[in-house]
Design a protein around this ligand. Structure first.
Ligand code: SF4
Ligand code: SF4
Length: 122
């Protein structure tokens, strides 16, 4: 929860700076490039190279609204018998997870703690 709160604060600050035509420079120096490579890109490269089938949909909670299928850029989710079904073409973009009204979709972790879209910050 603390990480989510700290990240939300950072996003709000970055959006404010962007609104005033001064996009944040954080993450552009050499240190961040190395840290990002070791802490994120190498790890995610292995995770996304062949896409993933790790998306989990809790069918007990799913109400078949279709939000997830509509927003998935990979066409990875379909609706059958009023329930969402995931295939193995997920690129871990988190769109569906953020837009599921039932919080029924997870990828890393077992429950959805917070959901956000860009609209929260405009
Ligand atoms: S995380 Fe993104 S790519 Fe994966 S199923 Fe959801 S919307 Fe599709
Ligand atoms: S967005 Fe959530 S509730 Fe709606 S169909 Fe997808 S998994 Fe089910």
């Amino acid at each position: 929860m603390a990480i989510v709160a700290a990240t939300s604060k950072k996003i709000l600050m970055a959006v404010e700076q962007l609104k005033h035509n001064h996009p944040t420079q954080e993450g552009l120096n050499f240190f961040y490039h190395v840290a990002g490579l070791l802490g994120q890109r190498l790890w995610f490269y292995g995770k996304t190279r062949n896409y993933t089938d790790a998306l989990h949909i809790n069918v007990e909670r799913c109400i078949g609204c279709g939000n997830c299928a509509r927003v998935c850029p990979m066409g990875n989710i379909s609706i059958s018998d009023h329930k969402a079904i995931s295939s193995e073409k997920c690129t871990m973009c988190y769109r569906c997870i953020n837009l599921c009204p039932q919080k029924s979709i997870t990828l890393i972790g077992k429950r959805v703690i917070a959901q956000h879209t860009i609209k929260d910050y405009l």
